[in-house]
Design a protein around this ligand. Structure first.
Ligand code: IDP
Ligand code: MG
Length: 157
């Protein structure tokens, strides 16, 4: 099923010059970028994104970190994009994440783990709505869709 997910390159990803690296991985995998915004979040906006963690001991530090410098907010679209982006991000703590994942290759930290990605269709829908209006999400076709999903040749032929 075609899904959309919110991906955020966190302040450490921007400061460490990893925007291109992170976008490049998603782009080369074949996902479609349908919206993007570069901005510095307020503590309130950061708190809304991480509302599920409000009771956690790390919440306050997380909100300060996320609102401390600019972030790149993006919506990516593809069949199964939520699970695939989570796999490509790797485990939450950079020092545990598998090599080959974004966090495993570039993060050594619990908090500064470079990237946020929605973890379910429900959270994706909610999180996208926090930052993008429907008209800011662009509907368009990529010409490689047949090749990407392996439907270039009909199985009968
Ligand atoms: P996720 O980003 O892999 O979905 P979550 O458990 O949703 O991980 O945590 C949200 C974010 O909070 C993490 O990406 C990380 O930046 C931060 N975080 C999670 N656990 C800790 C912790 O124990 N200490 C400090 N920061 C944490
Ligand atoms: Mg999470």
């Amino acid at each position: 099923m075609v899904e959309r997910t919110l991906i955020v390159i966190k302040p450490d990803g921007v400061q460490r010059h990893l925007i291109g690296e992170i976008i490049g991985r998603f782009e080369k995998k074949g996902f479609k970028l349908v919206a993007a915004k570069f901005l510095q979040l307020s503590e309130k906006q950061a708190g809304q994104l991480y509302a599920v963690h409000r009771e956690k001991a790390f919440f306050k530090g997380l909100i300060k970190f996320l609102s401390s410098a600019p972030v790149l907010l993006m919506v990516w679209e593809a069949e199964g994009v939520i699970d695939m982006t989570r796999k490509m991000m790797g485990a939450t703590f950079g020092f545990y994440a598998e090599l080959g994942t974004i966090r495993g290759d570039f993060s050594c930290s619990e908090r500064c783990n470079l990237v946020h990605g929605s973890d379910s269709p429900e959270s994706a829908q909610q999180e996208i709505k926090l930052f993008f209006t429907p008209s800011e999400i662009i509907n368009y076709k990529l010409t490689d869709a047949h090749w990407l999903y392996g439907r270039a040749v009909s199985p009968k032929k």
